[in-house]
Design a protein around this ligand. Structure first.
Ligand SMILES: *[C@@H]1O[C@H](CO)[C@@H](O)[C@H](O)[C@H]1NC(C)=O
Ligand SMILES: *[C@@H]1O[C@H](CO)[C@@H](O)[C@H](O)[C@H]1NC(C)=O
Ligand SMILES: *[C@@H]1O[C@H](CO)[C@@H](O)[C@H](O)[C@H]1NC(C)=O
Length: 271
């Protein structure tokens, strides 16, 4: 782990992470919850949604971009399925849902119990205020879920009263206007206190409108994949709206973040 941490730190220092100035009152708490799947049993499925919610994403502008990484491993296997998503916007509605999926858990041969590891990475200040650097930190957890051909298909709209399985909180204590390149104007100091504020996962329970809209987004994404993970129930391409137009990306240039991050998660899991 030590070697990996050093490597990440070096990578982090080389980054010119960017963030927009945001009017955020500090200290502030950012919370990441895994909304779906839960610690439940589902049927194997062509498309398993992986839905994360970020509460108070706007407060993460000094530690972003956040990188969400997930890894699913069947118990007794050493073949992980993994993915990642950079959250490169802060001007989102709150909570901000990150709607991912995997197409690798289909068919009766997928039956079994799985461990789902998830992690959110951030770039925070390190060192002293008069000589600060940037270093990567993370929060995450893991839980099990089961695939059984006799169970119901995963359905975001089922059991809307259930709260997310797990959460992580990140407390940003203050922002230092140091050692960062424009347009990022500060780095955030993340609390290292062992007593983290308690999470509020039930605040991001989906209502039926949110569940349908996320399901539609996941379906459209699975249909658009190459090769497509879904060919039935796909939206008519002429009806697909371009929703990217009005959003302003405030974080960018973090492509190199991903490789080391996923390698780190793998190391953690496989050791
Ligand atoms: C997985 O979860 C267990 C129990 O919560 C925890 O002890 C362990 O540290 C976790 N492992 C990782 C890699 O997060
Ligand atoms: C998940 O559910 C199983 C069965 O109900 C239980 O044994 C396990 O402790 C639960 N929690 C986690 C975090 O996996
Ligand atoms: C991270 O995700 C992107 C797609 O979102 C994928 O192309 C890339 O291979 C992933 N990186 C790793 C290391 O898995």
């Amino acid at each position: 782990m030590a070697r990996f941490t050093t490597f990440l730190w070096a990578v982090s220092c080389a980054l010119s992470a960017r963030t927009a100035a945001a009017d955020v009152t500090l200290p502030a708490t950012v919370e990441v919850d895994i909304v779906f799947p839960r610690n439940e049993t589902y049927a194997p499925t062509p498309v398993l949604p992986l839905v994360f919610a970020i509460q108070n994403l706007a407060a993460a502008s000094s530690i972003g971009p956040l990188e969400i990484t997930w890894l699913i491993m069947k118990l007794g296997s050493d073949q992980p399925i993994a993915g990642n998503q950079t959250v490169d916007k802060t001007d989102s509605t709150d909570p901000h849902y990150v709607n991912l999926w995997t197409g690798d858990l289909d068919g009766a041969e997928s039956a079994g119990t799985y461990q789902l590891y998830w992690m959110v990475y951030y770039l925070a200040c390190s060192g002293q205020k008069d000589n600060a650097g940037l270093s990567s930190g993370s929060r995450g957890n893991n839980f099990t879920f089961t695939l059984d051909p006799g169970a119901q298909q995963p359905d975001l709209s089922a059991d809307l009263d259930a709260c997310p399985a797990q959460s992580a909180t990140i407390v940003i204590e203050e922002a230092w206007p140091v050692n960062v390149e424009p347009p990022r104007d500060a780095c955030g100091v993340v609390s290292r206190s062992r007593s983290q504020p308690s999470a509020n996962p039930c605040a991001v329970k989906l209502d039926s409108a949110a569940a349908s809209s996320i399901a539609a987004e996941v379906t459209a994404s699975a249909c658009a994949a190459s090769p497509p993970a879904l060919t039935r129930g796909c939206p008519d391409p002429t009806e697909t709206k371009d929703s990217s137009g009005s959003r302003v990306p405030v974080w960018s240039g973090l492509g190199m973040f991903t490789g080391p991050v996923l390698a780190g998660l793998l190391l953690l899991v496989l050791q």
